[in-house]
Design a protein. Sequence first.
Length: 197
Amino acid sequence: MEVHNVELTISAVKPEQYPDKDFPEIALAGRSNVGKSSLINTLINRKNYARTSSQPGKTQTLNFYNVEEQLYFVDVPGYGYAKVSQKEREKWARMIETYFSTRQELRGTINLVDARHEPSELDVQMIEFLHYYNIPVLVVGTKIDKIPKSKRNKVESQIKKKMHLNKNDHLVLFSAVDKTGKKEVWDWIEKMAIKED
């Protein structure tokens, strides 16, 4: 998809604030600092549209980005950031679970993991949660430019094994630096969200 128009429609914390346009939605989830904003910016051809924060744990709302009046990207708060209080984490968890378990417009979730490290227990829990709700998943291994090409097959195997990916899950290795994987991510989004006329 060629993207020219993107707009942050709303930052929501409860269902009554969600947009009512009935556009298909693709959620983006992952640990704090995994590169969600960089992925969004790469997909929409912008430098700093989705703000990359120097303070992890800063996104505390569901941010709905209207892309070309055709779909929404929904940026979900990053998980696993230690400096956030337990109470705050529980509030986020409820907000996220409500969205994932009730939102009819949700067509799939991009679950980001840092390809430089073995997926964490929180990454595994996230994918188990998405499997539980039968939400289509694309796992995106970020920061792949930091890994030599000769080691990338090993990285793929490690992610698939650790996260118990099933035959319906997809995996793409991605770099915001050299745009590796950008086309494959868009291909999956279009398959999930863009209806053929």
